[in-house]
Design a protein around this ligand. Structure first.
Ligand code: TPP
Length: 543
């Protein structure tokens, strides 16, 4: 804190903080500001060359920060005011926590002096966010520079997650000694040689191994090694939703998505060893582990709560672990044709026939993929929570890691649009297509204005079924009367007047896609979909 020494070589806490962000790769911050520390941070960021993107809701700002951290491996940053802004950000903090995204959430706070007489907007912000964040600081006392480094290290060390900085205006403006912040690189010890040897022996002894790649396998340097491993083993590779693209959909080994449900069981039940690479148990659905097959678990750390007790675990620097497992013989028990058949069978089980009255969700995704073929770069997809998610994840092909962004650990609605905006800002020359239900879009509709203002190159495709379908079908499965699930289909295209195209027919949808991809800014296609096949699809996916 300010000890009265000369101001030479001294900077405000706000400046020190944004410099540390910048050293950790931050290029833009997202948020909805308040009148206290937010203003100091925005100005310090401007001077440091970090853009501030004004979101319309703090939760969306957190989703944008989290998506940015996933895409460029940097530190995502969001800022909010105190009280309502902090409370609004809480669901975003839950997403960053359960989807393992390195994010600094800087909220305004109340100084002890103000707290002595104020109750307006006050609640214990630290306590609200405590279960969601890895670390917290007021940055008000002690060695502030060291605290900043500790916070950023906590956010960026696997399992990555959010940290909470509760910064009052006076604390942001206090002066501290300037220091050089460096990019934090987590030091993760390599797994022991004997653990690696045993893993190698298990793989060599397996005739029909199957590899399941999870969210940690997206990390730089890891995905390429996973691809080499499955190619050398010639075995089926499944990916979690977040790991789509770690093994490309077009790869001969690609066998589909792994959720812990039913759809993948045809493949996995034929294996004699399940090799989990970077799978975080948060990625799997609420069902017990269905296999009695031995599991080899390779990851950064052992997860204390897991669906399965692995026969063997290799924990440490993931890249080095996967690199060290050089298989000597291929998984002799698998034939390529067999893997292709299993993949087709799994995809086939998710096929969506519908009632013939409108576009099916599968058609919506496949037509978008067809229209995207003409583009110079394959678009990134973002996907919301809901029944449309099954078709979007199964039928949208991915080439590289993070070609598809999704909230899976938290599985929150209202994610796809903000994540698409972050994706477009990260990669302005590449299109992003946001697949969302009408319910999810209604939760973050204001971010369409953010998309327009930031000229984000996004195409929002709304599966407009006038219903919270995923819950609607669960209500029907329980033979309960339909109640509390449906509304009149909103006319989103009208809401997006001047940008939107409403599509009732396959031909109308194809025309809209062509126009949307040809445009430079955001576009929205409001597709009237037939929801009649969701029940069968859910049963095929999860059992
Ligand atoms: C923030 C939030 N609220 C509620 C839920 C529970 N939920 C999961 S899917 C779903 C329905 C989503 O409806 P919609 O966005 O229209 O997509 P659809 O299921 O119709 O494809 C709900 C309510 C959730 N996951 N996240």
């Amino acid at each position: 804190m300010d000890d009265g020494r000369s101001n030479k070589n001294r900077v405000t806490v706000a400046t020190a903080l944004v410099r540390a962000f910048k050293a950790n790769g931050t290029r833009r911050m997202f948020g909805v500001p308040g009148g206290g520390s937010s203003l100091d941070l925005i100005e310090a960021a401007r001077l440091a060359g970090i853009d501030f993107v004004l979101a319309r809701h703090e939760c969306a700002a957190m989703f944008m920060a989290a998506a940015t951290a996933e895409l460029d491996g940097s530190l995502g940053v969001a800022l909010t005011t105190k009280g309502p802004g902090t409370a609004n950000a809480a669901n975003g903090a839950a997403h960053a926590s359960l989807d393992r995204c390195a994010v600094a959430l800087v909220t305004d706070g109340f100084s002890p002096q103000v707290q002595s007489y104020v109750t307006h907007q006050w609640f214990d912000q630290r306590a609200l966010l405590a279960p969601l964040v890895k670390a917290h600081s007021l940055l008000a006392k002690g060695d502030i520079g060291a605290q900043i480094e500790r916070l950023l290290a906590a956010a960026r060390t696997p399992r990555r997650g959010p940290v909470h900085i509760e910064l009052t205006g006076p604390a942001a403006r206090a002066r501290i000694a300037a220091r050089r912040h460096r990019k934090f690189a987590p030091t993760i010890a390599a797994a022991g040689a004997s653990a690696i040897d045993r893993a190698r022996a298990m793989i060599a002894g397996a005739k029909r191994p199957v590899v399941v790649a999870g969210l940690e396998a997206r990390d730089t340097g890891v995905a390429g090694l996973v691809r080499k491993l499955v190619a050398a083993l010639g075995c089926p590779a499944l990916v979690t939703y977040k790991a789509k693209g770690v093994v490309a959909d077009a790869a001969p080994q690609y066998a589909g998505i792994f959720t812990g449900g039913l759809a993948e069981q045809a493949t996995v039940k034929q294996a004699d060893l399940i090799v989990l690479i970077g799978v975080d148990p948060v990625e799997l659905i609420l069902q017990p582990w269905p296999y009695a097959i031995p599991v080899l678990d390779i990851g950064y750390t052992r997860h204390p709560v897991h669906y399965v007790k692995p026969a063997h675990g290799v924990y440490g620097d993931l890249r080095r672990s996967v690199a060290a497992i050089r298989p000597s013989g291929a998984g002799r028990g698998w034939r390529r044709t067999e893997i292709r058949k299993l993949r087709d069978q799994t995809q086939g089980s998710l096929a969506y026939t519908g009632s013939g009255t409108g576009l099916t969700p599968q058609q919506v995704v496949e037509a978008a993929a067809l229209a995207a073929r003409g583009l110079a770069r394959w678009p990134r997809a973002t996907v919301d929570a809901g029944a449309h998610m099954f078709s979007a994840t199964a039928f949208w092909p991915c080439v590289r890691p993070n070609d598809l962004l999704i909230s899976n650990g938290l599985a929150t609605m209202g994610f796809a649009l903000p994540a698409a905006i972050a994706s477009a800002l990260h990669d302005p020359r590449r299109h992003t297509i946001a697949f969302t239900g009408d319910g999810g879009l209604l939760m973050c509709l204001g971010e369409l204005a953010t998309a327009v203002q930031s000229r984000a190159r996004i195409v929002v495709v709304v599966f407009n079924d006038g219903s919270l379908s995923l819950i609607d079908i669960k209500q029907q499965q329980r033979k309960l009367p339909v109640s509390g699930m449906r509304w009149d289909r909103p006319d989103f295209a009208a809401a997006m007047r001047g940008l939107g195209y409403r599509a009732h027919s396959p031909a109308g949808y194809r025309r809209a896609l062509a126009q949307a991809f040809a445009g430079k800014g955001p576009a929205l296609i409001d597709v009237v979909v037939d929801p009649s096949g969701y029940g069968a699809q859910l049963a095929a996916m999860r059992g």
